[in-house]
Write a protein that binds this ligand. Structure first.
Ligand SMILES: [Zn+2]
Length: 323
């Protein structure tokens, strides 16, 4: 720096944008400015006369490195700078530099020296990503940074991987991401809530209270007695209470609704969900009749359960042997 420049910095001025940035940056350092007379100040000359550096000589130096390696290195540096890794994450970089624990595959990749992996300032770069040394604490810190903050918002595995791989990499990263999400209380809580919601469509989820979820099955063909050859079996899936009513195998859904209304609804009210072994059409037909008969606008969820509800099947078997 020339004397005039120094003088400028010591006097109050309205700073332009670039000067303001420098000013802020310089505030981080303790320093004193000294003016060294022109001739003795050779170091400053090199810095301030950057534009006059012999470009031919410069190119010579570059050629000592493999061409592709050079471009890759430059690209990586630009990428890193673009992500402000040098400023915002400089403390992370410092921590990385303190760790020289290298996994076998990383050491091997570095030895291969194929231009995809290199080391600089004690930071290893693996295909344009910063290699995170094998340090549990440090890796956890990085995982946390790419998951917990509000602006990142607890991403799921795939998105978290994408975010992380923009800058970092280490062997077993995917497994670590998976494990981190599994260990995240908030994510697991969300998952349970999500499953509950999806569960409403799942016929065999455990019901939440008595007579909310029932199954209506028809068992037949049974030996004819008083014109009846079948039994309607209504089971509350929560209390396991059973209601039985003799009927015929060709019973209409309308008739079943009537049975339900007279025997169950009076005592237990309207269920939320009805399961049936009578085929997929039955449930919707039943619901239609049901809402008509009870004058309710409440939407029931219905589901067909082919021989899957082992509990109802077991009950049916018992009734079968009883008869
Ligand atoms: Zn989470």
């Amino acid at each position: 720096m020339d004397h005039e420049n120094l003088k400028y910095f010591r006097e109050p001025h309205k700073l332009n944008g670039q000067q303001a940035r420098w000013y802020l940056k310089l505030q981080d350092y303790d320093f004193t400015l000294k003016h060294i007379l022109g001739k003795t100040n050779t170091k400053a000359d090199i810095l301030s006369q950057k534009d006059q550096v012999n470009t031919k000589e410069d190119n010579k130096d570059i050629q000592l490195l493999k061409n592709e390696m050079w471009t890759r290195k430059t690209t990586a540096k630009v990428i890193m700078l673009g992500r402000k890794i040098m400023t915002e994450e400089s403390d992370i970089i410092k921590k990385i530099q303190k760790n020289n624990i290298r996994e076998k595959e990383v050491v091997q990749a570095l030895e291969k020296n194929n231009g995809l992996t290199w080391e600089e300032d004690r930071v290893a770069y693996m295909e344009e990503r910063v290699y995170m040394p094998n340090n549990k604490e440090l890796r956890k810190e990085i995982l946390k940074k790419h998951h917990d903050p509000a602006d990142i918002g607890h991403p799921e595995q795939h998105r978290m991987m994408k975010l992380l791989k923009r800058t970092y990499w280490w062997p077993g990263l995917k497994e670590d991401v998976k494990r981190y999400i599994q260990g995240c209380f908030k994510c697991q809580q969300n998952k349970v809530q999500h499953q509950r919601k999806a569960g409403e469509l799942h016929p065999l989820e455990i019901p939440q209270g008595p007579w909310q979820e029932i199954s209506i099955d028809i068992i037949g063909l049974l030996p004819k007695s008083n014109g009846m050859n079948a039994i309607v079996v209504i089971v509350d899936r929560f209390t396991k209470m059973i209601r039985l009513k003799t009927t015929t195998t060709n019973v209409s859904s309308e008739r079943i609704v009537k049975i339900y209304r007279d025997d169950i609804w009076k005592l237990h009210g309207i269920p939320r969900k009805i399961l049936s072994n009578r085929g997929p059409q039955f449930a919707s037909k039943f619901m239609e009749e049901f809402t008509k008969a009870l004058g309710t606008k409440r939407q029931l969820s219905t589901a067909y359960h082919p021989q899957t509800d082992s509990q109802t099947e077991r009950i049916n078997q018992e009734i079968g042997t009883f008869l």
